[in-house]
Design a protein around this ligand. Structure first.
Ligand SMILES: [Zn+2]
Length: 412
């Protein structure tokens, strides 16, 4: 029985993943995301499928899932991923309205997503479109999974991380013959995570103890909550503003998806949440403010940085990768930033400290190589990367495939 994989997006680039798995009895869509650029971009159109298998709730993997759900297609994900994806979808519609982009799906599609969700959990065996499959933890954000297809000895990873973080447990390699794996960090390594965490905590303590405030721009899903856990117990007044609050509430409903739920709940209890915009005046006086957006392209973070930017005792600590072209990249590289969402608006210099800490949710180069070696496959399909060639030497013993979008790859 011949099975093929074909990427509709996210093969040769980081973002907007969509992959079709086609067999003799049916076909599955693996993720279907949006690239939230300015303007947003989308994978190639997807045909009707027997089910959509969703690895996790980041926009570049789940952004267009409501559109597929509105055809009545079953959506298979972990319970927490399904709820997070529905919340992300609400935000997508909100952003397209304020940015004046066409809506990528009709608002009723969010209800369709909830209705057609067929949750599964790691280890449980499922059947759709003639395929048997099961999920395994992917260690990337809460609810993130990889999909294993035992009949075809095939593993599809989604985004993975191979070390424990505050919120997640490391992904474990699975023996397989064919492995399709993300390669976001091709050619780049992460410093030791525990060391980065303690350097960040030290820098936060130094800043606040010398009378400054710390703004931590962060992505609402995963990173915000992780930063609350890291700053918990320091005795500071910590505020969370932005979508991270809703995400935190969803995490609390699914304790099984969290590595250390006790310390997460403790961190949330100690956090002051901005529920209404008038509370921002109080949050402005806090010691530590965790807020969206992570790359400073809009969101409440710009209000907070406007307030501290002239204060040399305060600091902005960046903990996520800043994509070139974003406001966060401008701040990181040139110490300047735009204080308005409009990319045409003028930029201003800052006097506050700006430092970067690598708390990535993706495996680094050697971690990916090590993961592949332990899966011990014959064929390795590298996707979701813009520097996949960086792996050629380290993966020369495998049948290495670097697919382009729309190219058919044989699975067995
Ligand atoms: Zn992701």
């Amino acid at each position: 029985m011949s099975v093929s994989l074909r990427y509709l997006g996210g093969a040769s680039e980081v973002g907007k993943v969509g992959a079709l798995l086609e067999g003799s009895q049916g076909r599955l869509l693996m993720d279907y995301g949006i690239q939230p650029d300015d303007p947003p971009s989308f994978p190639l159109p997807a045909p009707d499928v027997d089910a959509l298998l969703l690895t996790h709730a980041h926009l570049d993997h789940c952004g267009l899932v409501p559109d597929i759900a509105s055809r009545g297609t079953p959506i298979i994900s972990t319970p927490v991923t399904g709820e997070l994806a529905a919340r992300m979808a609400k935000d997508t519609l909100y952003v397209s309205e304020i940015e004046n982009y066409p809506r990528p799906f009709h608002p009723t599609a969010i209800g369709d997503l909830k209705q057609n969700l067929r949750p599964s959990i790691p280890g449980s065996v499922e059947y759709r479109g003639g395929f048997e499959f099961k999920m395994h933890n992917a260690g990337h954000i809460p609810g993130a999974v990889m999909f294993e297809f035992p009949q075809h000895d095939f593993l599809f990873t989604g985004d993975i991380h191979t070390v424990d973080t505050q919120l997640t447990r490391a992904a474990k390699p699975k023996q397989c013959k064919t492995l399709a794996i993300e390669s976001t960090y091709g050619g780049r390594e992460h410093p030791d995570r525990k060391e980065v965490e303690s350097e960040l905590i030290d820098s936060i303590e130094d800043t606040v103890n010398s009378g400054g405030q710390v703004v931590l721009p962060s992505f609402g899903l995963g990173r915000s909550q992780e930063l609350l856990m890291l700053t918990q117990g320091l005795g500071f007044e910590v505020w969370l503003d932005g979508m991270g609050r809703d995400m935190a509430k969803i995490f609390q409903k699914y304790p099984g998806a969290i590595r250390d739920v006790g310390s997460m709940n403790k961190a949330f209890k100690e956090t002051n949440f901005v529920k209404y915009s008038r509370q921002r005046t109080r949050a402005m006086k806090g010691d530590v403010i965790v807020t969206t957006s992570g790359m400073l392209n809009g969101g409440p973070v710009l209000n907070y940085i406007s307030k501290i930017r002239k204060d040399s005792s305060s600091a902005v600590f960046l903990t996520g990768f800043q994509v070139p072209g974003t406001n966060g990249h401008l701040l990181q590289e040139e110490g300047r930033l735009r204080l308005e969402r409009d990319p045409e608006s003028s930029s201003f210099g800052v006097d506050c400290k700006v430092e970067s800490f690598d708390l990535s949710g993706h495996a680094g180069h050697s971690q990916i190589v090590n993961f592949i070696d332990k899966c011990n496959p014959e064929k390795v399909i590298l996707y979701h990367g813009d520097n996949r060639e960086a792996f050629s030497e380290d993966l020369k013993d495998y049948d290495l495939v670097l697919p382009q979008e729309n190219e058919y790859i044989n699975i067995d």
